[in-house]
Design a protein around this ligand. Structure first.
Ligand code: NAP
Length: 247
């Protein structure tokens, strides 16, 4: 049995991972930032699947929210043994020359600072030398970290590059403390994120150009997340796994 917290667990890839954890009978903290209805729907899906779940509101970019969401999950289930640092955002497609300071700040605040705050909380709570039980941390990067996302989201792509580097460094810090740290780089996955970037058909349009000729599903990414959380991945740390149809 595992106690897992998934940031941005209420929709898209996070929701599918949450439900798969539920199917294994695990307990899941379902973090969201604004859409309470979706979070409650996800909680119901996890319970239906056989797991325990609680919805936890909080902005990953706010330090006090991050500590509070870990506290809430631990109060509900006991010490955490898995954390998926998944929450992430894009902004409308633009070349870098057009990007405002406010946009750049928000992308880096949520995608980089938010992930670092959550990762720091994992280091403080899961590491054995700090009283934790060890466990598994999964960071949600993107194929954009390799591709650069020119004329669309070079800000987003860079933010995900930072997570790849964090994965390498933190896996070395926490390996001796019983905590595995890995990342997943999804390719074009059918979720709402593309609409939030102003291109609802993006996954379909560009997915057709991937070697596998289609976009991926959130479920296909969730399978990799849950494998990394599980004991089946017991010797895997510092890995960055592409789930991108060959893109
Ligand atoms: P999504 O469908 O847009 O869902 C985003 C989730 O993150 C929602 O649960 C949302 O909560 C939550 N969230 C957003 N900002 C937050 C914040 N500041 N604090 C806490 N939670 C926040 O996204 P997705 O496509 O599943 O993407 C999940 C992750 O995969 C992201 O990191 C994304 O960059 C990465 N990824 C996605 C793709 C893709 O093609 N979909 C490809 C590569 C990487 P609310 O419901 O409350 O808004």
């Amino acid at each position: 049995m595992k106690n897992v917290l998934i940031t941005g667990g209420s929709r898209g890839i996070g929701r599918e991972a949450t439900v798969l954890c539920g199917e294994r009978g695990w307990s899941v903290g379902v973090n969201y930032v604004g859409n309470q209805e979706a979070a409650e729907e996800t909680v119901a899906m996890v319970r239906q699947a056989g797991g325990r779940a609680v919805a936890i509101k909080g902005d990953v970019a706010v330090e006090t929210d991050v500590a509070a969401m870990f506290d809430t999950a631990e109060r509900a289930f006991g010490p955490l043994t898995g954390v998926v640092i998944n929450a992430g955002i894009v902004a409308p497609s633009q070349p870098l020359a057009e990007m405002s300071l406010d946009r750049l700040k928000r992308i880096f605040e949520v995608n980089v600072l938010g992930a670092y705050l959550c990762a720091r909380e994992c280091a403080r709570r899961l590491a054995r030398d700090r009283g934790g039980e060890g466990g598994s941390v999964v960071l949600m990067s993107s194929a954009a970290a390799r591709l650069g996302a020119p004329f669309e989201y070079v800000d987003y792509a860079g933010s995900k590059g930072a997570l790849d580097t964090l994965t390498i460094g933190l896996s070395k810090e926490l390996g001796p403390q019983g905590v595995r740290v890995n990342a997943i780089r999804p390719g074009l996955i059918e979720t709402d994120i593309h609409a939030s970037g102003g291109q609802p058909d993006r996954a379909h349009r560009l997915g057709a150009t991937a070697p596998m000729g289609r976009p991926g599903t959130a479920r296909e990414v969730a399978e990799a997340i849950v494998w990394l959380l599980s004991d089946a991945a017991s010797y895997t740390t510092g890995a960055i796994i592409d789930v991108s149809g060959g893109r």
